[in-house]
Ligand binder design. Sequence first.
Ligand code: ZN
Length: 247
Amino acid sequence: MSKPLVALLTGAGISTDSGIPDYRGPNGVWRRDPEAEKLVTYEYYMGDPDIRRRSWQLRRKNGALTAGPNAAHRAVAELERSGAAAVRVITQNVDGLHQLAGMPARKVLELHGTVREVVCTDCSVRGSMADALARVEAGEPDPPCEVCGGILKSATVMFGEPLDPVVLSEALAIAKACSVFLAVGTSLQVQPAAGLAGVAADHGARLVIVNAEPTPYDEIADEVVREPIGTALPALLRRIGAEGEPR
Ligand code: ZN
């Protein structure tokens, strides 16, 4: 018997136990404060050096860079390590906590990029956020790309930037191929990520939604779990792992 492919789409709700607030959600900081939203909007960021200087100062205080994985992240990595199932993570989060919990990076698709890296908006070279922030600390308020002198930004998808089409097509392929699709800690209100749940269900996957609030996909889900993710997800994944073991 071949291993089942278990796909997880994870959103802000899986990281709140790690102390990371939901910045991007409908009630997130960015949506409530237009001035704050400018700091993460591509057009303003590229056009205004003052916005960039303020963005770098904000990144210095970004809790996602110092946060650690929680029980839910660890449970996902444990299922992958157990070998009982093939596991792929599609995440809307930019905190890198799935990988820190032990998920191999190649098995994690970051739809919105990562705060742990920077990217040059001109030559696309990538580097570590920690190195860039060290340059800010050392007195460069808006550190340019060391290769070409271009504008550096966090390797996250800002407002006004498209999602990476390669990442998106890989996510779609996983949604179509998986036998179980778990949507965890996401309100399933932001497309195209939310649509992956529908694609998975249309292709015969068992759809499980783990989220405190109702989602637009609850009606087509095979199972809806409202309990806290930190306890509900590890239990759910242990069950899936037990079902998936060859008999
Ligand atoms: Zn460059």
